[in-house]
Design a protein around this ligand. Sequence first.
Ligand code: CP
Ligand code: NVA
Length: 306
Amino acid sequence: MAPRHFLTLMDFSSQELEYLIQRAITIKSGLKQHGPVYVPLANRTMAMIFEKSSTRTRVSFETAMAQFGGHALFLSPRDTQLGRGEPIEDTARVLSEMVDVVMIRTFAHKNLEDFAAASSVPVINALSDDYHPCQLLADIQTWTECRGPVRGKTAVWIGDGNNMCHSWINAARQFDFKLRISCPEGYEPDAAILEAAGEHAQIVRDPMEAARGADLITTDVWASMGQEEEQAIREAAFEGYQVDEAMLDCADDNVIFLHCLPAHRGEEISTTLLDDPRAVVWQEAGNRLHAQKALIEFLLLGRISD
Ligand code: CP
Ligand code: NVA
């Protein structure tokens, strides 16, 4: 049987995603109460292919596998044959013979699709140029923990229509909330991804107007990995799109602020925003561990009844 993959949030049903969020909350609570005593993946291994830098994603996946009783292998293209031109499909077939699950952070999303098509073990998207679905599991977990069910609520994306924005659009569809996207002209999300979301996502150019009454505000760096040489151009283009305390003041009294991190203080956020109690970014970062544990467990063992 072909394995399930997690390349975008659309690979799972809404019900499966809801299950993952609740399961992540349960796994987190078990870890806090009893320590890492739940070891369902003894001797299982995960290959982690990183073609871009990472702090949170690497540490959360590696820790998840260790706490589950398994092991994670960090594979950089610099040290593997992938970096010397061995085809993606050959690598997928070889790794499938040895490991139980593969996590990939890459540039072109097609690399992930090609790998997954040749893989007989589950493949997880740990960020591509187009999507970052694992981050959204942690983000929705955080929003749920802080404010209860997200259905019917309003989130606001300020800034670049990038990989994170695309995953927020998919999340709005799957978790049934509204997403307002405030981006400068020329930096919109992919038109097809936006259109597929229908009434779940709309562009509101003025950031203060977008923020009005919102339940959640989020943003991301203006220049993503691979766009470093556009930094100066982007800083000029995104002037007026910095999230600051005044923008949060326009939102609902119970607004929370999320940022996938790393953050650039003084660019996409004010220098003091992460010190504001409405910013829950450290809880959000920590939830990468719990949400991805729920994901790995689901891919390898299926649903667990509590
Ligand atoms: N948010 C996130 O994916 O962080 P890293 O790039 O540090 O993994
Ligand atoms: N949009 C950012 C997210 C980093 C986690 C990037 O792709 O670099």
